[in-house]
Ligand binder design. Structure first.
Ligand code: NIG
Ligand code: FE
Length: 431
């Protein structure tokens, strides 16, 4: 007797299941295990993966209410973007013009531009405007195959404006098909009113914002909330970073840290010492701290659109992280300053060229390991029974195309929790 299920995605030419390894991420040189199946199908019921296997086998076992024919194309897990600043108002196209004319990101920041420009615009925007502008970006992310997206605050930098950002993310989470992970980043920059006394702002974060965020969380958010700090010259030093993160732990928050984007301050070691879920950027991390990350549970998150967006030449030395045994993930870092990029496909294209990841490694770093970078490895990131039925049918026959090609959207159909949430339409073929 056949079992009746909600959905069968079938006629899959190549299926990448991208399995977790022993209930964890794919570490070190084991990165890139795609769990490939040919002529495959995925059985979906009640929003979850029920089974994956050969097309013939699944057809004989299940009767589906709906069948989706993948036309011999590639299917992968929905992509996971584990580091974004996707919620903001306004833009900084003028700063991009200045940078291309020779100004550096840090010079623009020191002159009052940079993050604080977006803070001004975000504070001034009402909630609906902030949501509308951010929703358009989330829609494009989803259309490019990202079905789970981490979202940070950090353009409010006052208690009410940070709470407004949390409200925006909570509303977007309720209405948007993508699952959103939530990160409080009150420590993104020193706001102008504290530029002469950064420690006073640190005290505001610890004494005022964290309790307010914890109270907000209890009322408005089911699930974990991360606290993140931008540990950098001109932002928060190592001691300030430690104090903020430890205070956040006191409220039960999990930790993420922006470290070693421009200057090495010891943030990677701190992230590992505090048991942070991820250490992000890691461009100028010294070798001894790479080893520390490699021996820790902290996922190393590389953001290649950031140096690309800044026209810098230094990228995360990922081969050294992998040699040290680290779990590596990749993300867009989508933000209005260093890199406004909404596509994890483009991140894979950059990661293969500038990080020297193989196409298989880049895909695993954008799926299962990215899921672990937000603590959701048991829920998303791979096509294994019990996981959310988040998957993408691509307009390509095999996985290397996802990083080989760039600049056009290769997603054909995006499925979130068993439901089609984007379709490119037409008959676009597979080449
Ligand atoms: O990750 N590093 C800090 N934050 C962003 C930049 C944000 C901005 O410039 O608005 C980043 O690169
Ligand atoms: Fe960032």
């Amino acid at each position: 007797m056949n079992t009746t299920i909600d959905l069968l995605v079938t006629n899959i030419g190549q299926l990448c299941t991208v399995p977790a390894h022993a209930g964890g991420p794919q570490r070190g040189h084991r990165l890139g295990d795609l769990g490939l199946l040919e002529n495959a199908a995925v059985a979906v019921h009640e929003g979850r993966v029920l089974a994956v296997g050969s097309r013939d086998d699944l057809h004989s076992r299940y009767t589906a209410a709906q069948t989706l024919d993948a036309g011999g194309r590639l299917v992968t897990p929905g992509l996971v973007d584990p580091h974004t600043h996707v919620v903001w108002a306004g833009d900084r196209a003028d700063e991009f013009e200045q940078r291309i004319a020779g100004a550096t990101y840090q010079q623009i920041m020191a002159a009052g531009g940079g993050i604080n420009r977006t803070v001004q615009a975000t504070r001034a925007a009402d909630l609906d405007t902030l949501i509308a502008q951010s929703r358009a970006r989330l829609d494009r992310m989803l259309a490019h195959g990202s079905t789970t997206i981490e979202c940070k605050t950090g353009y409010g930098l006052s208690t009410p404006a940070e709470i407004k950002m949390l409200d925006a993310i909570a509303r977007l989470s309720a209405e948007h098909p993508a699952d959103l992970a939530l990160t409080f980043l009150g420590a993104h920059a020193i706001p102008p009113e504290y530029s002469h006394n950064p420690d006073a702002y640190v005290a505001v974060i610890i004494d005022e914002m964290l309790p307010a965020v914890a109270a907000w969380q209890a009322e408005h958010w089911f699930g974990p909330l991360f606290c993140d700090v931008f540990c950098e010259v001109g932002a928060f030093d190592l001691d300030q970073t430690r104090r903020i993160l430890q205070a956040a732990q006191g409220y039960g928050m999990a930790l993420k840290v922006h470290v070693d984007e421009f200057e090495p301050l010891g943030g990677a070691r701190l992230a590992a010492d505090l048991g942070a879920v991820s250490a992000d950027h890691i461009v100028v991390t010294p070798q001894d701290e790479i080893e520390v990350i490699g021996h820790s549970q902290t996922v190393a998150v590389s953001l290649p659109p950031t140096p690309f967006g800044l026209a810098h030449t230094a990228y995360t030395p990922v081969r050294r992280f992998l040699d040290a045994g680290a779990a590596l993930a990749i993300a867009t870092d989508c933000n209005p300053g260093t890199g406004w990029n909404e596509s994890m496909q483009f991140v894979m294209a950059l990661a293969t060229r500038y990080l020297r990841l193989t196409p298989a490694e880049a895909l695993a770093a954008a799926t299962i390991n990215a899921a672990y970078a937000i603590g959701w490895g048991d829920r998303v990131g791979s096509l294994e029974p019990g996981k959310l039925a988040d998957l993408v049918i691509w307009q390509v026959p095999r996985y290397p195309h996802l990083s080989y090609r760039f600049g056009s959207n290769l997603a054909q159909t995006v499925i979130k929790r068993g439901r089609v949430v984007y379709d490119a339409g037409g008959s676009l073929g597979t080449v």
